[in-house]
Design a protein around this ligand. Structure first.
Ligand code: ZN
Length: 518
């Protein structure tokens, strides 16, 4: 690969999925993996195969199905992890194993209880074992940014000798400063034997809001792979945001002199897809993909924009795939137009799913005049959510009013076909519906957040309900759309309950969950 080519390594499905409440089912992960391939990322880190049977299955399905990018699986430096990672990625045309081991003093002493010599030995053995399976191996010294520079250089050099083809320098805890992080990359480039023959990668977290800045600083010192996630999703404050790093490199090509393989027009649709699938919204003023990123309100700016766009705009909104208009379809729109729109929005549905979206679209068009992108997204999303639906809402009614006791009756259908119904009182109509659903499913949750907003405009707009619920110390989200906000609330609540059932799958290696944090 040429010197000016930046490799984009997306870890939305691994590091991104580690953010609280972002867990996805198999169908959702596949959908996102296909969207990432369309976006043009070079590497997809599809998951951490040893963590659970579900993680393994998802990485394997992506390796078998998604063509184009390198498909990568994460592993700690031990034989079981590495063997399992290889099993998961081996069906890909371009597999990669990513092994990691912490190197900082604090991790050596408190987490691993190993001395420097032991760390080097384990790293070398891990890389060699992985290299026995395939020739595309990435090695990460976890918490590299807090590791003594001399020791970091030693570990990296030994990993390269052992066969690593990419060496990643993670700022696992988001502690680095741009100039200091750049200096660490420079030091490695100057002192490590063989580093000229491998790709230097960066992986930054955003705890101090510096993930993108740190990554960019490293690029000026010769790093040529950047690890990032859509919308900056990830542990705690998240990872380096893919859309920000890509547009910084593109908009400031004069400064960086680098190119990526990203089709930037897919940035906005992919951001929307990830936000809808995970239920984690994008803040309004978020760079590149936020709702206000290209909005001009101040009169003086608007005046300047009308005379010459570039007075206040450094990027063209169409370049990142922002739709020019949201209004797309009406009652008389045909199947073909709908299919095209679903694709443009980033969904990969099969014919049966498209047919169901089309039927939903026709039913919706009877209830409201104009159908917007957000309406289509809600219909398409319902198709890929289908996997884990243990319970579905069959029917409900709820009554409330001044001087009456709010009550609800709900009927749910279980995946095994049986129907169950019950009734309960509550503080209000929504509370009564939620309490009834808890009685039927036997799952009690603590609702931490509940919001209803309109997805589009106009009095006939659909309402979107989103719920964040806590169950056994974990966060689960649910989201649903309907022209009836009570129905949307009930469906969102059922979805959150279904997700708690999904999480009860046994994990092969419970420890892995807390350890994976490169
Ligand atoms: Zn990370």
């Amino acid at each position: 690969m040429s010197e000016d080519r930046l490799i984009v390594f997306d870890t939305t499905l691994r590091d991104g999925e580690q953010s609280p409440g972002a867990s996805m089912n198999l169908a959702e992960k596949l959908e996102i993996a296909h969207a990432l391939a369309d976006l043009g990322v070079d590497v997809i880190e599809a998951g951490f195969p040893i963590a659970s049977p579900g993680d393994f299955e998802a990485v394997q399905a992506i390796a078998q199905e998604v063509e184009g990018p390198v498909i990568c699986g994460l592993a700690r430096c031990n034989p079981d992890d590495i063997d399992r990672a290889w099993e998961a990625v081996r069906d890909s045309a371009r597999p990669r194993i990513h092994v990691f081991l912490a190197t900082s003093a604090i991790h050596r002493e408190f987490k691993l209880k190993m001395d420097k010599g032991e760390i080097v030995r384990r790293a070398v053995e891990g890389v060699q074992r992985a290299r026995g399976y395939c020739d595309n191996i990435e090695f990460s010294p976890e918490d590299a940014a807090r590791t003594e520079l001399d020791f970091l250089a030693e570990v990296v050099e030994r990993a390269i000798e052992a066969g690593a083809t990419t060496v990643n320098i993670p700022d696992t805890v988001g502690y680095a400063m741009p100039s200091q992080y750049a200096a660490a990359i420079r030091h490695l480039k100057q002192t490590v034997r063989g580093i000229g023959n491998v790709v230097i990668s960066v992986h930054c977290h955003d705890d101090l809001g510096l993930a993108v800045a740190n990554s960019l600083a490293a690029l000026t010192e010769g790093a040529r792979q950047v690890e990032c996630t859509i919308n900056g999703l990830g542990e705690r404050a998240g990872n380096c945001a893919l859309e920000e790093i890509v547009m910084a490199v593109r908009t400031r090509g004069d400064y960086f002199g680098l190119k990526t393989g990203i089709n930037t027009r897919r940035l906005y649709p992919t951001s929307r897809l990830v936000s809808r699938v995970t239920g984690i919204g994008v803040q309004r003023n978020k760079a590149i993909v936020g709702q206000n990123a290209f909005a001009h309100e101040a009169g003086i700016h608007q005046d300047g924009m009308l005379k010459e766009r570039t007075t206040y705009e450094i990027m063209n909104p169409e370049e990142v795939g922002l739709p020019r208009t949201e209004l797309v379809l009406g009652k008389h729109s045909g199947r073909h137009a709908l299919r095209q729109r679903v694709r443009d929005l980033g969904y990969h549905l099969d014919d049966a799913q498209l047919q169901r979206v089309f039927e939903g679209f026709k039913a919706l068009a009877d209830r409201k005049k104009n159908i917007y992108d957000a309406d289509i997204e809600a219909l398409a999303e319902a198709q890929i959510h289908e996997g884990p639906a243990l319970w579905t809402l069959e029917s409900f009614h709820s009554s409330a009013g001044t001087g009456t006791m709010p009550t609800a009756g709900v009927c749910l259908r279980h995946a095994d076909g049986h129907k169950a119904q019950d009734a309960a009182c509550g503080d209000g109509p929504v509370d009564a519906v939620f309490k009834t659903i808890e009685r039927i499913t036997g799952v009690t949750v603590h609702v931490r957040d509940y919001q209803v907003r309109s997805v589009t405009v106009g009095e006939d707009a659909q309402g979107e309900a989103s719920i964040e619920a806590e169950h056994n110390g974990r966060i689960f989200r649910g989201r649903a759309v309907s022209t009836d906000i009570l129905e949307a609330s009930a469906m969102a609540f059922v979805e959150a309950i279904n997700r708690t059932a999904l999480r009860r799958q046994p994990r092969l290696n419970p420890q892995a969950e807390t350890v994976a944090a490169t």
